[in-house]
Design a protein around this ligand. Structure first.
Ligand SMILES: [Zn+2]
Length: 565
């Protein structure tokens, strides 16, 4: 492998507090090093360009059973967006649910190098990993859905936190998962009986436990196991007017579990959980209240869930929410139940500028990002493909960096939204440094990925170079240039190899699958054999067919952590 020297770029590396300094970045054997010299050296002239760590996405539905059902449900999503085969790449299709190969290429073209799929039913782990294996270039991981697992509900109801922790450790290793995902805690189990839970205090049918106890229990488990990321939470009542109050309660309910000022909970695609009002007619933004809370507390992180005005595909484990969306839209839909674990649903959805609700949703996500003062607390996302496809990130970056870009969009949206949106009163514009936090450094930090999201010595050489000159261009006045630059990275470097040049794939590498292997410090084998013995009382499949052996992961990258003994 040749060494690389990226010369004279404006470097934005927030984890190392580097803010646009003109510097060289040296790369050897896939890692960032202090210096390189010698014959096998390739120089990249980044003069007048921005150099950032490779993009990191902690929430994007890119693989697994429901993603694939989304592909099957929507032929119309594909035939308008076809990627022909090239000398380097395979053919594929987009638009909102791209094929696996296309997903990897499109992220890389934008300069993104690490992406987490946030919703894997443990029972569907094999399928998820088969698709992740087929997703090239990017490093990836996936979060098992554990908030409605019967084993979790039983152990937490009985106050057996340590048994729950052993179970979670086991699930992470058996499914090769990365973090604890909780979706509408308790609500998915209730949905099995055609019901839902009303808020975090509403008991789950048949289990005599409330969502609050699930959240607190799994938050404690997360701490016991020293997992790299916090619990990753999709709140109850997501997508419903007035859900703001329950979102506040969700953040508050783990306030006392914050660990030395470190985050204890991540509220994902917060836009969908920041609705004020009593019904769709009185629907309003709740962003201000949430931002005020997050500004005053250090135990919460958020991601945006930015709505894009486009035809997209919603897909989530939140089966009851998807049923509501089906009723609202009348579109074709799929709903599913995964035995003893979770539910799911898929509904195509078109976000329209002319709709008051949709354009308010667009505004709410922007308001959240701009009103939360610390960019380390809120990250770029569209909850791909729920609020829009990830390929819209350059557009979101332009909105965040340019008031002019926001105003331009405001001119075209629903008139009532214009009078209700807080955006007209917000002047803030993100700097390139803040963009680097929201789209890479902050996300890597939240995920506990020590070698990602920065350009310090020893970091993985995942680097993006954008043809954007902050000295020559008044960026906020030129949102078009921002969009163009982030859409097609001048260079994307993955593990020290140039994989993208001028927005085109020039080399394809296989990314790693990162998963967490917990050493529980006590005989986990006992717990595992007990789980194996009882396996048949929970599942219709054999244990042997449930687990994902490590040799079925194309490039396995376990992260070893040690639990409290
Ligand atoms: Zn999601």
């Amino acid at each position: 492998m040749v060494d690389l020297l990226i010369k004279n770029g404006f470097v934005y590396d927030p984890l190392n507090k580097i803010n646009g300094e003109i510097m060289d970045i040296a790369v050897k054997d896939g890692k960032i090093v202090e210096r390189v010299d010698g014959k096998r050296l390739k120089k990249i002239d980044a003069r007048g360009m921005m150099v950032m760590p490779g993009g990191v996405d902690l929430h994007s539905h890119i693989a697994g059973a429901k993603v694939n059902m989304g592909r099957l449900l929507r032929p119309e999503d594909h035939y308008k967006d076809v990627e022909p085969k090239t000398a380097k790449t395979r053919s594929g299709v987009g638009h909102s649910v791209p094929s696996t190969f296309t997903t990897g290429y499109r992220y890389a073209k934008m300069g993104w190098t690490t992406v987490m799929d946030p919703a894997m039913p443990p029972l569907k782990a094999r399928h998820t990993h088969e698709e992740l294996n087929d997703t090239p270039i990017i490093d990836k991981g996936t979060y098992p859905l554990l908030g409605d697992s019967w084993k979790v509900l039983e152990t937490l109801r009985d106050g057996r936190i340590e048994d729950c922790a052993a179970y979670v450790a086991w699930e992470l290793s058996v499914t090769k998962g990365y973090a604890i995902k909780i979706v509408n805690p308790g609500g998915l189990e209730a949905w099995g009986f055609g019901r839902n839970v009303r808020d975090i205090n509403d008991p789950v049918p048949n289990f005599n436990i409330a969502p609050r106890e699930i959240l607190r229990g799994l938050c404690k488990v997360n701490r016991l196991l020293h997992l790299p990321h916090t619990i990753h939470v999709h709140t109850n009542n997501l997508g419903k007017p007035g859900n703001l109050e329950n979102t506040m309660k969700t953040m508050q309910c783990v306030e006392d579990l914050a660990n030395d000022g470190k985050p204890a909970i991540h509220i994902t695609h917060c836009q969908f959980s920041a609705f004020a009002g009593n019904d769709w007619r009185t629907f309003e933004s709740g962003a201000e209240k949430i931002a005020r809370y997050v500004n005053r507390h250090s135990h919460v992180t958020l991601d945006m869930g930015q709505v894009i005005f486009a035809d997209t595909t919603t897909m989530t484990a939140d089966g009851p929410f998807q049923f509501i969306l089906y009723q609202l839209s009348g579109n074709k839909w799929i709903n599913g139940d995964v035995e003893a674990e979770t539910s799911s649903g898929i509904v195509p959805f078109n976000y329209k500028r002319s709709s008051y609700v949709h354009s308010m949703q667009w505004s709410i996500a922007q308001e959240l990002a701009l009103l939360v003062e610390d960019p380390w607390k809120i990250y770029l996302s569209t909850d791909h493909p729920n609020a829009g496809p990830f390929t819209a990130y350059p557009r979101i970056i332009a909105w965040l960096m340019s008031r002019k870009a926001r105003e331009k969009t405001m001119e075209k949206i629903n008139r009532k939204t214009k009078s209700k949106s807080l955006l007209t009163s917000i002047d803030r514009e993100f700097t390139p440094y803040e963009i680097a936090v929201a789209s890479r450094a902050g996300q890597a930090k939240a995920l506990g990925l020590k070698n990602k999201g920065h350009l310090g010595i020893g970091a993985d050489a995942d680097i993006a170079v954008y043809d954007l000159n902050p000295e020559k261009t008044d960026l906020s006045k030129n949102p078009r240039m921002i969009r163009r630059a982030f859409k097609r990275a001048a260079y994307t470097i993955k593990d020290g190899r140039v994989v993208v040049k001028n927005g085109e794939i020039v080399e394809v590498v296989a990314g790693r699958t990162i998963w967490v292997d917990v050493d529980t410090g006590k005989p986990l084998s006992e717990t595992i054999s007990a789980l194996r013995e009882n396996f048949g009382t929970y599942y219709t499949v054999q244990y042997e067919n449930y687990q994902v052996p490590e040799n079925q992961i194309a490039v396995s990258a376990p992260m070893h952590v040690r639990a409290d003994a």
